[in-house]
Design a protein around this ligand. Structure first.
Ligand code: SF4
Ligand code: SF4
Length: 344
């Protein structure tokens, strides 16, 4: 176990030193209790206490719109040039829920056929986690899915201990960075203090939903014909906000745009949403999920049934963004409670 110490008044120097090496993105306040990951160059810009940002850091690994290839129809076959572009960046202050989100995306995009655009970006991102010491708000449910504590997925991980940070080093890249900055190693007393702080979190971060995570597979086994979906379907306006803000939603649409010369063009991919009416429409006019109720059910099954069946982990990280953003006030925790009550 390798830990270092950084005094809090040294954070500014840390960010400045890091930003000499690569662009640094961190949570900053956007006013009215909202936060967003943005480029920073000093510690003063960073919001150390924040509720999950409007968009998760997936926006740096899987941009909302990206060009995949350029094509040029010269002969019988078009000539394609695949575009693989990524720059070295650092993400500072990633909470454990969003680290879990990146771990989910890593699993999805590592499947064959591999998604090299995502994987190249991931390779070049230096990730620095930041522990939540205070419960964020009533919409978070990280303790339901065990994401209130760090579980890998970072190079360095910062935990505030009074006037200092204790930093867990998880990769060689992380070790090299700290050694270059000459940060002192933590003492056994610092490690004991971290253990006490984590113990103290147990009384703050509780699964207050009243649903046992181990019961979720059984609850969803019985929920296919639940009335809960009808009720959600009546309220949902199919805006797609809940999937855009979700750290584990990754569906995208592809489009070819031909230039005016009718020979050259680009292929782009853009975030899509299973909540849009046309999402499951196929040629021939069939639509597999024309009703909003079916689309809502699909969203929840992707988080708590289909993806866990395949990847052995929940694809809900408990960040609470979907509930915070929903204009129809569709609430993930209330939905889980209703399904649990129905399944008894
Ligand atoms: S944010 Fe709310 S209203 Fe919009 S698609 Fe999602 S559940 Fe429906
Ligand atoms: S389903 Fe909602 S609470 Fe769960 S990870 Fe997605 S946005 Fe966060």
């Amino acid at each position: 176990m390798n830990y270092h110490i950084l005094n809090k008044d040294g954070l500014d120097g840390f960010i400045k030193e890091l930003s000499k090496q690569m662009k640094v993105y961190a949570p900053v306040s956007r006013g009215h209790g909202n936060f967003a990951f943005e480029e920073v160059s000093s510690g003063a810009q960073v919001a150390l206490k924040y509720i999950p940002t409007i968009l998760p850091p997936k926006k740096y690994l899987m941009p909302q719109r990206e060009t995949m290839l350029e094509f040029d129809i010269k002969g019988e076959r078009p000539e394609d040039t695949a575009l693989l572009e990524a720059e070295e960046i650092a993400l500072f202050g990633v909470h454990t829920c969003d680290l879990a989100g990146i771990q989910c995306l890593n699993m999805v995009f590592s499947e064959r056929p591999r998604d090299y655009n995502y994987l190249l970006r991931k390779e070049k991102v230096f990730i620095i986690g930041l522990e939540c010491n205070a419960y964020c708000d009533e919409h978070a449910s990280c303790a339901l899915v065990g994401n209130q504590l760090p579980n890998g997925g970072y190079d360095l991980f910062f935990t505030e201990l009074g006037e200092r940070f204790i930093i867990h080093v998880n990769t060689q890249k992380g070790e090299d960075l700290l050694e270059g900055m000459g940060l002192p190693k933590a003492l056994p007393a610092d490690i004991s203090e971290l253990a006490r702080a984590r113990e103290g979190k147990k009384s703050v971060f509780k699964n207050e939903i009243g649903v046992e995570p181990g019961k979720l597979p059984e609850i969803f086994e019985k929920a296919m014909n639940s009335k809960v979906w009808e009720e959600l379907g009546k309220r949902c306006i199919s805006c797609g906000n809940c999937t855009n803000v979700c750290p584990t939603c990754y569906c995208f649409d592809m489009a070819d745009t031909v230039n005016l010369d009718l020979k050259t063009g680009v292929r782009t991919r853009t975030w899509d949403s299973c909540q849009f009416e046309t999402f499951a429409a196929v040629s021939g006019g069939e639509n597999f999920r024309p009703e909003r109720a079916a689309r809502q059910r699909h969203r929840f099954y992707r988080k708590f049934k289909f993806s866990p069946d395949k990847f052995y982990r929940f694809f809900c990280t408990g960040c609470g963004r979907c509930t915070r953003t929903c204009m129809a006030k569709i609430n993930l925790k209330e939905t889980l409670r209703a399904l649990a009550a129905e399944s008894k």
